[in-house]
Design a protein around this ligand. Structure first.
Ligand SMILES: Nc1ncnc2c1ncn2[C@@H]1O[C@H](COP(=O)(O)OP(=O)(O)OP(=O)(O)O)[C@@H](O)[C@H]1O
Length: 524
């Protein structure tokens, strides 16, 4: 009896089973794991089966060494490794990380020391025997930078919630503890390393939010550059950001939250701030409640405690207490802005007025506007007909609400940009000191909600482009390697096709004869 992968229909998951009989077109299979409702052996068309991989059952460290390479074997291999608490697997030079969704103990000082020990050969990038690990990738980048005397980049890709941001943090943690890549560095961090690590809570508080896919989803892309001098010592860091999801400031979907910082402020503000900013609980603010009227909680996250962490991080990256207070005041202003109601103006069709002037006055006061200026800005729009004449056109309640939300989004985006600039400037080394850098790219992951907007199009498009670039770089790298080794790729491809056709025909023959074959399925 032979083993095979199969699925009960094209959209089902792959399963493992024993082949009881095989007439060449249909296989009768006994599933290895029975599920509720199963009633014994199943008949599966040959196209929905694939050759079983004995090495996947053992769980190999590098997918390139699987005896057969297709989707079910890859998934099987990853499952085997996860069952053994091994969440990292190599695919040649690429690392595949499976999200464990639980804290792991493989990122501590011991692991840093193990992966940063001097290498046996100065020519190699990594110790071949070291098991796949995110630190191994970081280590290889440091080694490449040293040997090639060139900047390096680590690209982290995956769908939303896959673990990119966590991986970025682990890489930065490793890099800041292992300045040269040979031997662990002292464990007490220098100011620049401290700032690099402190930048994370700041960026996450202002740029991350709970979505239905991820409780801490990055709503912007970031390219983090750790800067090195000629001695390969860290001298600074720089962060570049891409496309913050602005729409979230004024509108959140069911089961989602606005940016973390708003909830942290509502939960953690001091009594003085509460009074000065007219702050209530998060439930008091329209922008913080989902369409079903509730404020989502994040399990195991205490917003008030996160607020203290944020304040400490802001201090570490050089933002003064006065500036911090001003930022919090603007955030409170945005929340009150969102509570302003636009109602139809009595007796004037297509015009609106503010329905709750008190809220408008609070928002205007916090944001530094004259309240009358804010009211005019929200309820009318100016139309210039010539250089000297400008008309004021009233807005309908709907248009005025759109203007209100646009203002809120615009203020928030500016606060975010300002903060990122401050964070980056506080870490950046003078240009003449920087020789090279190691960049870590962590962009928002591919996502698909029930209702998708322009932002999802942009997010998914940039993921597609990145994936394309990655494939191109990997394939071009391989082709270059083949060329260097004198291998003619075109000939190889033709031969491989001939071989696989031959093998396929042989397998078919084999099956016609009723014998078990390792080449079952459509994956050939
Ligand atoms: N290595 C890890 N160890 C433990 N938990 C992890 C690890 N990686 C990810 N997680 C868990 O998965 C969650 C989502 O991970 P993360 O925020 O890194 O995803 P992401 O790919 O950056 O998503 P997005 O594209 O939405 O920002 C984390 O909050 C954490 O709970």
């Amino acid at each position: 009896m032979s083993r095979t992968y199969f699925k009960v229909d094209a959209k089902a998951d792959w399963e493992v089973g024993d082949v009881l009989s095989n007439d060449g077109k249909t296989l009768t299979i006994n599933p290895k794991e029975s599920k509720p409702g199963d009633c014994g052996p199943v008949s599966i068309p040959r196209e929905l089966t694939a050759p079983f991989s004995a090495s996947a059952e053992e769980g190999v460290e590098d997918l390139a060494s699987l005896d057969v390479l297709h989707e079910p074997a890859i998934l099987h291999n990853l499952t085997t490794r996860c069952d053994a608490s091994k969440y990292y697997t190599s695919v040649g030079d690429v690392l595949l990380a499976v999200n464990p969704f639980k804290p792991l103990d493989c990122y501590g000082t011991d692991s840093i020391q193990a992966y940063s020990k001097p290498l046996a050969s100065p020519q190699t990038l990594v110790e071949v025997d070291d098991p796949p690990h995110i630190f191994k990738v970081a280590r290889a980048a440091v080694r490449s930078m040293r040997t090639e005397k060139k900047s390096q980049a680590i690209l982290i890709s995956g769908e939303s919630g896959a673990g990119k941001t966590e991986s970025t943090k682990h890489i930065l943690h490793f890099l800041t503890h292992c300045a040269s890549g040979d031997g662990p560095r002292r464990m007490s961090e220098a100011p620049v390393e401290e700032k690099i690590m402190a930048s994370n809570p700041v960026l996450e508080a202002f740029g991350n939010a709970k979505t239905v896919h991820n409780n801490n989803s990055s709503r912007f892309g970031k390219f983090f550059q750790v800067q090195y001098n000629n001695n390969d010592t860290i001298v600074g860091a720089k962060v570049l950001i891409y496309l913050l999801e602005r729409s979230r400031v004024a509108k959140i979907g069911p089961g989602e939250r606005n940016y973390h910082v708003f909830y942290q402020l509502c939960a953690g503000a001091t009594a003085e701030q509460r009074q000065a900013f007219d702050l209530g609980p998060a439930t008091a603010f329209y922008y913080l409640t989902s369409p079903d009227g509730i404020v989502e909680e994040i399990p195991n996250v205490d917003d008030a405690r996160e607020f203290s962490t944020l304040l400490a991080a802001l201090k570490s990256v050089g933002i003064s207490a006065t500036e911090t207070n001003a930022i919090m005041q603007c955030l409170a202003g945005i929340l009150h802005l969102g509570n302003i109601q636009m109602v139809p103006k009595a007796g004037a069709e297509n015009a609106s007025v503010v329905g709750n002037m008190e809220t408008l006055q609070i928002a205007a006061g916090l944001l530094g506007f004259e309240f009358i200026t804010l009211e005019i800005a929200l309820t009318t729009k100016g139309l210039a007909t010539s250089r000297s004449s400008c008309y004021s056109i009233p807005l309908t309640p709907h248009q005025a609400s759109v203007a209100r939300d646009a203002l809120a989004k615009s203020i928030y985006t500016r606060i975010f940009d300002y903060l990122v600039k401050k964070v980056s400037t506080s870490m950046e080394a003078p240009e003449d000191k920087v020789q090279r850098h190691i960049g870590v790219l962590d962009i928002f992951g591919f996502e698909s909600f029930e209702k998708n907007s322009l932002e999802q199009l942009c997010i998914n498009y940039s993921n597609e482009k990145l994936h394309q670039l990655f494939i191109k770089a990997v394939i071009e790298g391989e082709l270059k390697l083949y060329a260097e080794e004198g291998i003619n790729v075109a000939d190889c491809a033709k031969n491989a096709e001939k071989v696989s056709n031959k093998a396929f025909l042989a397998a078919l023959e084999d099956r016609r004869g009723g014998g078990a074959s390792p080449l079952v399925g459509s994956g050939i």
